[in-house]
Each structure stands twice: as C-alpha cells, then as structure tokens.
Design a protein around this ligand. Structure first.
Ligand SMILES: *[C@@H]1O[C@H](CO)[C@@H](O)[C@H](O)[C@H]1NC(C)=O
Length: 233
C-alpha cells in the first residue's frame, strides 16, 4: 500500500482492530529525493482524552541528506519523551522493517529487528505508561514543514509532489481488545527481561546513531530531569 501527498492535505490508514499489547511490524520504503518537510509515521494510538501513543515519525530531508527517525511516547495524555535517530542505511532505497513491541513491562522499538529504544514501565515511581487503553495502528503522511526538517528551515517543495511512501507486510502478533477479551496475560510470548544481546545492540546504536535524547537535554530540563531519566530509577 502506498500513501501519497499531493496538495497540502495528507493521507493515512488505521487498523480496524484495537490492540492491547503485542508486536507490530511493518515494512516501509520512504519518500525518495527531496522529502524535506514531510513526515511519514507508523504509530499506535488510543482515542479520546488522556490518550496513549507510541510513535515512529520519519522526518524527511533534502536529497542526499539523512532522514531522522523520531520516537516518542504519550501515556495518559503526557508526551515529551522524544528520542531521535539517524538510520544506518538509506530508508528510501528499499523496504526496511520497523517494529513496536509493547507489553506491560516495556516497549521496544526496532529497526530491521535491531532494538533502538527501550522504554521501561516505571509506574512504580509515578511515571505513566500505556497499560490500560487499547490502541489502533496507524500510518500517515503529512506536512510538517513548520518543524520537521532542520527545525522548520527546509520547507516542502510542492513542485516535487506527489510524495509517496510505500508499506507492505504489516503484521500484528497482538491481543485484539474487544469488550469481551482480557489482554492482561498477554506478553507476546517473549521474555520479560532484556537479554544480553539486546542490551549490547542498544548500547551500540546509542553510541552511534542518536541525534536527540530528551534525557540528555540539559537546556530543556535545566531545572531538573523527569524521574525516569535519573539513573538510580
Ligand atoms: C537533514 O540534513 C541536515 C544536514 O545534513 C541534518 O543536519 C539534519 O539532521 C537532517 N535531518 C532532518 C530531519 O532535519
């Protein structure tokens, strides 16, 4: 399936099902050439107020310049947990697999099966985490040129429209939340803890590919970091 953006409108799709926990994979091939100002997304979101959301947003760029993969989490309506990455390949040349693995203990975001971010459930220290609200899966493509590329400096070149991003092989190994089901026991059949391999891969990715980490933003949090950023937690 492809999403296209021609004029100032965007496009998107949503899953019919609502899920509470699971592993979600999609293969995507992003807008090639000049994609500056465009934002292509793959995310989970609940509906209504105090919503939960797990975000992957691909921020386009001028030809030959790198995309940024921006990740974020909203829980109970509170976001602001951005972590951004460069990718180690050109995401416009071919399909790559992007995944969200979500269970009550943690969320893992993966690129080609390599973990790039883990968000642990720290409700025990008062940090909200998505554990109660079922979410749908979305992919969208929209105009984000007021902020997406070099902080909004590079605008969309509409003469290059339509902008097209392609998706395939969506897979959800997840608990479909209907009023009748309980997803409480659902763990996706995976280990609760992070094994050595995952920790090693994460460390390598974090050394090389992180562009922005809110937990290291000393200007934004000059008056103190959020509790989940403090190591002893
Ligand atoms: C776009 O390219 C510039 C220059 O290489 C880079 O600084 C920036 O991080 C890239 N990505 C985005 C989304 O701005």
């Amino acid at each position: 399936m492809s999403l296209a953006m021609d004029q100032h409108s965007g496009s998107g799709m949503a899953s019919k099902s609502y899920y509470l926990f699971g592993r979600f994979d999609i293969q995507a091939k992003l807008i090639s050439e000049n994609s500056a100002g465009t934002v292509t997304t793959f995310y989970l979101s609940s509906i209504g107020t105090h919503h939960d959301e797990i975000d992957l947003e691909f921020l386009g760029n001028l030809s030959g310049n790198p995309y940024i993969l921006s990740t974020n989490l909203y829980a109970n309506g509170i976001g602001g947990r951005e972590m951004q990455f460069y990718l180690w390949f050109d995401p416009t040349e071919d399909f790559h697999t992007y995944s969200i693995d979500w269970n009550p203990q943690r969320i893992i975001i993966l690129v080609d099966n390599i973990p790039i971010r883990v968000i642990h459930n720290k409700e025990n220290i008062g940090v909200s985490f998505p554990t109660r609200q079922p979410m749908r899966v979305y992919t969208t493509l929209w105009d984000g040129d007021f902020w997406a590329t070099r902080g909004g400096k590079d605008k969309i070149d509409w003469s290059k429209a339509p902008f097209v991003a392609s998706f395939r092989n969506f897979n959800a190994n997840a608990c479909i939340a209907t009023p009748e089901t309980s997803c409480k026991g659902f763990n996706g059949g995976r280990n609760k803890g992070l094994n050595f391999q995952i920790r090693k891969q994460l460390k390598e990715i974090h050394l090389k590919w992180v562009v922005y980490d809110y937990c290291r933003d000393f200007i934004r949090f000059a008056h103190g970091f959020p509790p989940e950023c403090i190591k002893k937690n």
